[in-house]
Every structure is written in C-alpha cells, then in structure tokens.
Design a protein. Structure first.
Length: 351
C-alpha cells in the first residue's frame, strides 16, 4: 500500500473516531484528487465516520462507489453501512444490505445482525426483528447485550411481556450482562401486561446488579404500580431522589394516576404541588388524573382549582377534564357550581 494511502487512512480513521464525518469526507475527496487509490480500509473508515455522524445517504454513496471499484467491502464496511441506515430509520435498506452480505460472500457477524435487528425494531418491523433473533439463536453467531436489548424492546412494543421475561431469563442463563435498555424494556413490557409484581422484582434486580437506573425505568415501574398500589408508586417516586434520578412529566403523571386509582386525592394534590416546585411542566394527562382523584371523593373546590391551573399552564382541556370536574361538583353537592362551570367551559373547543 502506498505510504500516502496509509497516511490518509490514518487521518480518516482519526476523524471517524473523533466524530468528524465532514472532515473525513473532505480527506477522502482530497485523497482521490491526489490520484491515490482508496482501499478497503479507506472506504470502511469513511463509511464508519458517516455512520457516527448520522449521514446514512453519504454512507450508501461511498458503499456504491466502493462496489464499482477494486476495493472489496468486508464485514466492517457492511456493518458501518447497516448501522448508518439503522440510525437513519431506513430499515428496508439496512435489511437489503444485510442480505447483500451473503451475495458478496462476506460473513455476517454479531454486529451485522444486531444492526439489522435494531433497524427492523426501530422501523416497527417487529416480526422481522424476531426472525433475525431466531436466526442468531440457530446459528453460531454470538449473542450479546445489544442483541437481547433490541429484541426485548421489540417484545415490549407488541405487548409480549411473557416473551420479554423469557428473553431476560435466557440472557441471565447465558451470563450476558443486562443493561439499562434491557431492564427498562422488560419492566415496561410487564407494565403493559399488568404484571406489576414482576416489574418491581426486575427493578430490585436492576439495583442489586448496580445497573444505572434511568428516569424512563422508574416511569415504567411507577406506571405498573397503577395496578399494584399507590403506596408502592409513592415509595418508588421518593426513591428517585435517593438515586439522583430526576422525575419528568411522565413520572409525575404515572404517580398521580396511581393515587387516583387508589382514591388518594390528597397524595395526588401533593404530587401536583411537588411538580410545580420542581418546575416540571404538567400536561393534560397529569391534570386529568388529579381532577379524577378529586372527583371520586367530591372535592369540587380542588377540582376547579386544578382546571384553573390547566388554563394557566396552557394545558389542553378535553372531555375527560370536563366530565371529572362536573362530576366532582355534583358529588360534592354543588350541582349549581357544575352548571356555572358548564357555561364558560362550553365555549372551549375540546380535543
């Protein structure tokens, strides 16, 4: 290999590692202008730089140019191109590239399959993602954390909580380290399946394994507690501060909803106050859950105050808001208040 080619390859690789995809392409163009021939290493480094920069079109252009020349793509080249398509949401192209590997007599590996699987999962092609996972299990390709995380996420999206748990168990049996994504997806799958005890068990396992707890993890666990009890939801919410995890709108909404289902209107209002103090923006779901909590016990004044807060926060009032507020007035023995409330609110366009 020409010493100048080696120098360019090193420079392009350095840009790839630094995330400077535009500089990598500039060097690639300069190399061609210098009449130097780009080899497999050159193309692979440039395509990988595009992948890291989210430039899937540029990655495909380079791969196309490569196939027209003498440089032969290898597994690294294809992996980078497939990953670029995965990040760009181009699942069809990612799958086409994966299938092209066999025609080009390039052996796919864990990285290739993971990228194709993730692309299908992200693109909503859940059956294709599960098919790729089955292919990996049946072949000699090594399964890793990314493989399981992507597949469990796929199961979570289609509500297959039992399959998600099965995959998590298989993951532990194979001594593959579970990450935040895998745990969170499994907990979320359990939440969707109403398996709140399983969700809490996984959260405990996550803490014991010293895997980083994220806001989205707590959100899924607290949402599961809507069915498992408001006390557990409040406990989990309080635990977040101890683990330095910041709650967001979804966290508060899930905790308030758990209180609403448990008939704990005071706890729900407490959470609304904490939310304001934390400068977390409430939304329609947040307010509706709190108003519903007040409606169940006829706390009409608190319900109407929440409606007023909704207007101040620019939250959209909808039919659920209206019904809960009017119901609170009626249960509180203030039907007249409900009628007074009806007049101005009837001018609002509900969504």
């Amino acid at each position: 290999v020409d010493s100048n080619t080696t120098s360019f390859n090193a420079a392009i690789s350095a840009c790839e590692k630094a995330g400077e995809w535009d500089m990598a392409l500039h060097l690639f163009s300069a190399m061609l202008c210098s009449k130097l021939e780009a080899d497999t290493i050159t193309f692979s480094a440039a395509i990988s730089a595009c992948e890291k920069g989210g430039e899937w079109r540029a990655a495909l252009t380079l791969l196309s140019a490569m196939t027209k020349g003498e440089a032969q793509p290898n597994a690294i080249t294809f992996n980078a191109a497939i990953s670029a398509c995965e990040k760009g949401g181009e699942w069809e192209t990612a799958l086409q590239l994966f299938n092209t590997m066999s025609y080009a007599q390039v052996e796919s590996n864990t990285i290739s399959l993971n990228a194709a699987l993730s692309a299908c999962a992200r693109g909503g092609q859940l059956e294709k993602a599960l098919h790729l996972f089955s292919m990996m299990v049946q072949s000699d390709v090594e399964l890793d954390t990314i493989t399981f995380s992507a597949t469990i996420t796929t199961c979570e999206k289609i509500g297959q909580w039992a399959k998600a748990l099965q995959l998590y168990s298989l993951m532990t049996q194979k001594d593959i380290e579970s990450d935040t994504i895998a745990f969170t997806a499994t907990i979320s799958a359990c939440e969707k399946g109403g398996e709140w005890s399983q969700a809490l068990h996984l959260l405990g396992e996550m803490a014991r394994s010293k895997v980083e707890l994220a806001t989205i993890t707590y959100n899924a666990a607290i949402s599961a507690c809507e069915k498992g009890g408001w006390k557990t939801a409040i406990h989990l919410f309080s635990t977040m501060a101890q683990t330095s995890v910041e709650p967001n709108t979804i966290t508060f909404s899930a905790a308030i909803s758990a209180c609403e289902k448990g008939g704990e209107w005071e706890e729900a209002l407490w959470l609304v106050r904490i939310m304001a103090e934390s400068k977390v923006q409430p939304n329609t779901i947040t307010f509706n859950a709190a108003i519903n909590a007040c409606e169940k016990v006829g706390m009409w004044e608190a319900a109407l105050q929440l409606v007023a807060q909704m207007a101040q926060c620019m939250a959209v009032l909808n039919v659920i808001t209206f019904n809960a507020a009017v119901g609170a007035c009626e249960k509180g023995g203030h039907t007249q208040k409900a009628l007074q409330f009806l007049d101005p609110v009837s001018q609002i366009k509900f969504r």
